[in-house]
Design a protein around this ligand. Structure first.
Ligand SMILES: [Zn+2]
Length: 270
């Protein structure tokens, strides 16, 4: 009988953007969930994989945001390994990558890869990707935190869930894509569908329990309410009011810039 794979969290910190990738270590090889943002972190992730002394068998990409695929080219450099994603995730990454190049190059310079790698193997909702003894099952979520989200879990240990950014572990969040209604619906769906006692391995923060879904739901509602209540005839003051309200909800400044980037896209036109 195959042993349960080990899950290693790789906590990247590059470019002021803490983000996780996960190394799933089986008996004879490893799979990686997500690929971090920067060139340096993608390279460090690859070094961690290589240090385990087992071949990289495949990578899965959870959703269509650059902090989860920007380091992919470094992670798979010189290797011929499949990179899996749902068709929706793969399509949105390719569609939006030129826009991300425009916005991220000025922010991150050479730490945003000159040439990005992309998912090359699509998987359907519920499909299981088998990489030697590692079996990863995908749930296609559609729009949510990003224009297309998915969640992966160990097929043989379904309480081990790679939950991506469906729920940040108490970090400030990115809402600028505007799919918060669908995001809230995804949270409700997962609350109903995930096994009790599941451990979420999130894209940002530490492994956590399902209670983080409640925290995330309240974060979204608090943000939307703060936007609605702010007096937008004075945009600077309104923006400040939103930031203060969210800092009341979450005193940490970690990833605060993601929340701040979300204010203008959601603010009413003035
Ligand atoms: Zn993220």
């Amino acid at each position: 009988m195959a042993s349960t794979p080990l899950v290693h969290r790789f906590g990247a910190t590059g470019a002021g953007t803490p983000v996780n990738a996960y190394i799933v270590e089986g008996a004879s090889g490893v799979a990686v969930v997500d690929a971090t943002l920067t060139v340096s972190d993608g390279r460090a992730l690859r070094e961690r994989v290589d240090a385990l002394g087992k071949p990289l068998l495949g990578v899965v990409v959870t959703h269509a945001h650059p902090d989860h695929y920007g380091g992919l080219a470094e992670l798979v450099a010189g290797l011929d390994v499949p990179v899996f994603a749902t068709a929706g995730v793969a399509a949105v990454i390719r569609r939006d990558d030129p826009v991300k190049e425009q916005s991220l190059r000025p922010m991150f310079g050479d730490e945003w890869a000159a040439e990005r790698a992309f998912p090359d193997t699509t998987v359907a909702d519920g499909e299981v990707v088998a990489l030697d003894g590692i079996r990863l099952a995908v749930t296609d979520l559609g729009p949510g935190e990003s224009p297309h989200d998915s969640l992966w879990s160990l097929a043989d240990a379904p309480a081990t869930v790679f939950s991506a950014d469906v729920a940040y572990d108490r970090r400030h969040c990115y809402l600028a894509d505007g799919f918060h209604e669908q995001w809230l619906a995804n949270i409700a769906r997962l609350r109903a569908e995930l096994p009790a006692g599941a451990t979420l391995h999130p894209g940002h923060g530490e492994p956590c329990g399902l209670e983080v879904l409640d925290w995330q739901e309240r974060y979204i509602h608090t943000f939307l309410d703060a936007i609605e209540r702010a007096g937008w005839d004075d945009a600077d003051a309104a923006r400040q009011a939103v930031v203060e309200r969210m800092r009341d909800y979450l005193p940490s400044g970690e990833l605060q810039f993601l929340m701040e980037l979300s204010i203008r896209p959601l603010a009413p036109a003035v």
